[in-house]
Design a protein around this ligand. Structure first.
Ligand SMILES: C[S@@+](CC[C@H](N)C(=O)[O-])C[C@H]1O[C@@H](n2cnc3c(N)ncnc32)[C@H](O)[C@@H]1O
Length: 213
């Protein structure tokens, strides 16, 4: 066989059906939140029986199960690109008889409507959060809380004057936000600045006018 013919032999095909979903949409790899931190996240965001929790990138479903089993949330919904993990989570939901309370969807959370959620948990990346921010600002209803593990949502602020920018638990950070105050504050501030500069311009105009009269 000539060297050229050997070179043109097709490469073995890559079997992409290994259960990792379409990773081209992924904004974070799978790293589980330690259970203690999950509990802290849910406590700090004050989740409760009236809440519908969405875990965007739910991994092995630990936040969904903790929310329902320990915090009695009405409904917990998780999205993940990883088909194998979603299958395993679905099996656990069936085994525990929690089909009415927990739903897992093997899909891209950028393609879902977030408006049913009243509580959102995130453990993504800062850039992932930034990509998600406009969608959350548009779709999340008033009063919803967003709790992010380790990564802040840039341009959002915590609402309570006495609340820290983030909570620290060991080597972990927990960011707690409420909609719409988390981003409205900035807009109000901006509006205030615009207003101040507009009034400033009017004042300058009249000052100049006075001087020229
Ligand atoms: C750091 S893990 C967090 C898992 C779980 N929320 C936790 O805190 O234990 C991030 C997860 O997000 C998923 N993910 C990343 N981008 C996604 C997307 N666009 N749609 C759905 N899931 C996504 C990954 O597959 C991964 O399982």
């Amino acid at each position: 066989m000539s060297r050229n013919r050997r070179r043109s032999r097709p490469l073995p095909s890559f079997n992409s059906n290994i259960g990792w979903g379409d990773v081209s949409h992924s904004v974070a790899p799978f790293v589980p939140t330690p259970l203690k931190i999950v509990q802290n996240m849910l406590q700090l965001g004050e989740v409760g029986p009236d809440d519908t929790l969405y875990d965007l990138g739910c991994g092995d479903g630990r936040i969904l199960f903790t929310a329902v089993e320990e915090f009695d949330v009405k409904q917990a919904v998780g999205y993940d690109l990883n088909a194998s993990m979603c299958e395993a989570t679905q099996k656990k939901i069936n085994d525990k008889g929690l089909k009415d309370r927990i739903k897992v969807v093997n899909g891209n959370f950028f393609h879902t409507d977030l408006s049913p959620a009243t509580f959102v948990t995130l453990y993504l990346t800062t850039s992932g959060n930034s990509r998600l921010r406009p969608k959350m600002e548009k779709e999340l209803r008033e009063g919803s809380r967003v709790v992010s593990h380790d990564f802040p949502i840039h341009d959002w602020t915590t609402i309570k004057a006495d609340a820290p920018v983030h909570y620290v638990v060991g080597s972990h950070k927990i960011f707690v936000y409420q909609v719409p105050e988390a981003f409205k504050q900035d807009m109000t501030l901006l509006k205030g600045l615009e207003e101040a500069s507009r009034l400033g311009k009017i004042r300058d105009y009249f000052r100049r006018k006075d001087e020229s009269d």
